[in-house]
Write a protein that binds this ligand. Structure first.
Ligand SMILES: *Cc1c(COP(=O)(O)O)cnc(C)c1O
Length: 376
């Protein structure tokens, strides 16, 4: 800051690191829904949202009252769904709030650090930066995107929270169960290990919830934003043993879940649960079909195995990547560029929309993409 006189009072008072900080570039910030022009319906395949409506009923009757801190019907519904006790569940404003609470609870600002394994979800680093926590990176292994356990072992005692993401975003792969258990064991006396299961509904038998009974340093993050198709609701869950939930409850806002949110979320988890399981089977089928199709395209160099509602693929060159992305934008189809992430040069990510949306994407690429065949 060369000249303090040109700063407003607010800018002078603010924590200095916030002035230059870049907020999370969410898919919705890069392309806002307000940008949509009438008559030009966009196909949104950039934020891993699910297609489909649920027809929820809400009664605004008790809206003059503050909601319960943790609405009992919601906590009961989620604990039933997850197979845990109510004391192991905290409802939050999306899994993103869970990430923030964990960092604020377990990291002293300007002193402690978190550990992330890139390429991974961007909010771990953004929340850490926001709080003043350091960020240690132990990248996933380049060949198979699994954990580098030797690299993790070197950080034991140096970090307070370790973030694992399985299935990973933006890669889509599950981490091997024995690796997750090994990481938790490594850090059992020195760090909380968070397993972000935002996409676990797409392979539900791979959950790590059973590790909660063996270790007290495990935290699992869940959300209704992906398989439950409720990204606009802002509802997520942090699963952990009671002592951890009690600590997080001291940091969270007093009324985090509004009454209408609790009502809709409770229905999604009980009477409307079948909507989610049907959507998951459709999505898994469409994802496999799209992955196979991508593998046959000459501009596609690599398709990453996915257990989530999106597919990541690598284009044959950076120019091809840009051409594909821009051709789709010109046709009102929005996907996500992941090429700036560590190890993901030339990579794009497609969220699995409904059948018509994926068919439209394939049609545009088949009929309109003209690129020289670089492999000849
Ligand atoms: C989408 C996502 C989240 C955040 O979900 P919200 O509940 O919408 O805040 C967290 N982690 C990962 C890996 C995600 O992809």
């Amino acid at each position: 800051m060369a000249n303090n006189d040109s700063l407003t009072t607010a800018e002078q008072l603010a924590r200095e690191e916030l002035i230059d900080m870049v907020p999370y570039q969410s898919a919705r910030r890069l392309f806002a829904s307000a940008d949509q022009v009438a008559g030009e319906e966009k196909i949104w395949l950039n934020a891993n949202e699910a297609p489909g409506l649920g027809d929820y009923q809400i009664s605004a009757n008790n809206i003059n009252r503050y909601p319960d801190f943790q609405p009992d019907s919601l906590i009961s519904a989620y604990s039933d769904y997850a197979g845990l006790s109510k004391t192991q569940v905290l409802a939050t404003r999306g899994a993103d709030e869970g990430i923030e609470l964990i960092i604020r609870t377990f990291c002293k600002a300007y002193q402690d650090s978190i550990l992330i394994c890139p390429p991974t979800y961007g909010m771990y680093a953004i929340s850490a930066e926001n709080h003043g926590a350091g960020i240690v990176k132990v990248p996933l292994k380049q060949n198979d995107l699994t954990l580098d356990l030797d690299g993790l072992a070197e950080q034991v005692g140096k970090v307070n929270v370790v973030f694992l993401c399985s299935p990973g975003n933006p890669t889509g792969n599950l981490l091997p169960e024995e690796q997750i258990a090994a990481a938790i064991e490594l850090f059992k006396d020195s760090a909380m290990v968070v397993v972000d299961e935002a996409y676990i509904e797409f392979s539900p038998d791979k959950t790590s919830t059973q590790l909660l009974s063996d270790y007290d340093n495990v935290i699992i993050l869940r959300t209704l934003s992906k398989a439950f198709a409720l990204a606009g609701l802002r509802c997520g869950f942090t699963l952990a043993n009671q002592e951890v939930i009690t600590l997080l409850s001291k940091v969270i806002a007093p009324y985090p879940i509004s009454a209408p949110v609790a009502e809709i979320a409770s229905q999604a988890l009980t009477t409307k649960r079948q909507l989610m399981t049907d959507r998951v089977s459709d999505t898994n089928r469409l994802r496999e079909e799209l992955s196979q199709w991508l593998q046959t395209q000459r501009w596609c160099e690599q398709v990453f195995t996915s257990n989530a509602n999106f597919v990541l693929f690598r284009c044959s060159s950076n120019e091809t990547k840009t051409t594909i992305f821009e051709l789709l934008v010109a046709n009102n189809i929005l996907i996500r560029d992941q090429s700036k992430q560590q190890q993901l040069s030339c990579c794009l990510r497609i969220s699995i929309g409904n059948e018509q949306e994926i068919a439209k994407l394939q049609q545009v690429l088949t009929e309109q993409l003209s690129i020289p065949d670089e492999r000849q």
